[in-house]
Ligand binder design. Structure first.
Ligand SMILES: [Mn+2]
Length: 305
């Protein structure tokens, strides 16, 4: 792990990890892959800029060689983990099938090299081709942090937009047994999608339920499973993360998100993680990128034990 004192020295990579493209031969504990694809956004674009914005912002949270010192446990977290930034997948602009094929192929490749692949979108449509790279796992669950269900069969004649990734994924992946969605809210939920997700036995948890009884929601999270976490930045309260396509009021606090992440990671085997829908161009303060980068760092510190 490279360590320089200052946050802004380059070249920018995720948490200042060395950049090693997938064309080279390497393995590591944790690998990052950027997916600058936002051609499936239904509202305000910009998530294509997230991988590089997060690389730059994450310089602020680059771990020291010994890891992060934790004042609660007086131990170092993320100590000894090797991190690699594998670069970005080139999107094929309007050819979504070709873009998705490239994303799935790169995700499969990364999975073979690392213990934990971390994918940085991109709009949320990328979760469908990412999940396809996990089709060799007989049984796994998704924990989705999201203000929106993203389970529409079709919207405006479009089946592969950022409102449908989990609908496409469950149709195709027999190993994807269950989805827990945390943080739902907003005015435009599709009843068809809601009913279809319920009928499939998915756990749909509103932002209000989390704020009313966080411990109860934590007790209902999967345990002892293989879990893929898909994190849409819009699950957060928009004052914390305004840089996103479709912000929704009454979002989760950072502390609520950390508690839910911790329980999801500690009680399960984390097989993959994606962060999506961060549009840095919509937040001139840069706060959303700093929050997203810090979230990635804390997620890794929770995972590595
Ligand atoms: Mn989403």
């Amino acid at each position: 792990m490279r360590h320089t004192e200052l946050s802004f020295t380059g070249p920018a990579t995720f948490l200042k990890a060395p950049h090693k493209p997938l064309t080279d031969n390497w393995t590591a504990d944790i690998g990052f892959l950027g997916l600058p694809y936002d051609f499936a956004v239904g509202y305000r674009p910009g998530a294509r800029f997230a991988p590089n914005a997060l690389r730059e912002a994450s310089g602020r949270y680059a771990p020291a060689p010994e890891g992060y010192f934790d004042i609660e446990t007086e131990t170092y977290r993320l100590a000894g983990a090797s991190l690699v930034d594998a670069g970005d997948v080139d999107p094929a602009q309007l050819e979504h099938l070709e873009s998705f094929r490239r994303i799935t192929a790169a995700a499969r490749d990364l999975r073979r090299r690392v213990k934990l692949p971390v994918f940085v979108g991109g709009d949320h449509s990328v979760s469908y081709p990412l999940l396809k790279a996990f089709d060799d796992i007989d049984e796994f669950c998704v924990v989705q942090f999201d203000a929106h269900l993203d389970f529409s069969d079709s919207r405006n004649g479009t089946r592969y937009a950022n409102s449908s990734p989990f609908r496409r994924a469950v149709e195709e992946l027999s190993g994807l047994k269950h989805i827990t969605v945390l943080g739902l809210r907003g005015l435009r939920t599709s009843q068809e999608a809601f009913v279809a997700a319920k009928a499939r036995g998915h756990s749909l948890v509103s932002s209000k339920e989390i704020k009313t009884d966080l411990d109860k929601v934590i007790s209902l999270l999967p345990k002892g499973k293989k879990v893929y976490i898909s994190f849409d930045i819009d699950v957060l309260e928009p004052s914390l993360a305004p840089g996103t396509s479709s912000p929704e009021l009454e979002g989760l606090s950072y502390g609520e998100v950390l508690s839910l992440l911790k329980a999801s990671i500690e009680h399960n085997e984390l097989v993959g993680f994606d962060l999506t829908e961060l549009a840095p161009n919509l937040d001139p303060t840069g706060l959303t990128s700093l929050v997203g980068a810090r979230l990635l760092a804390e997620m890794l510190a929770m995972y590595w034990r």
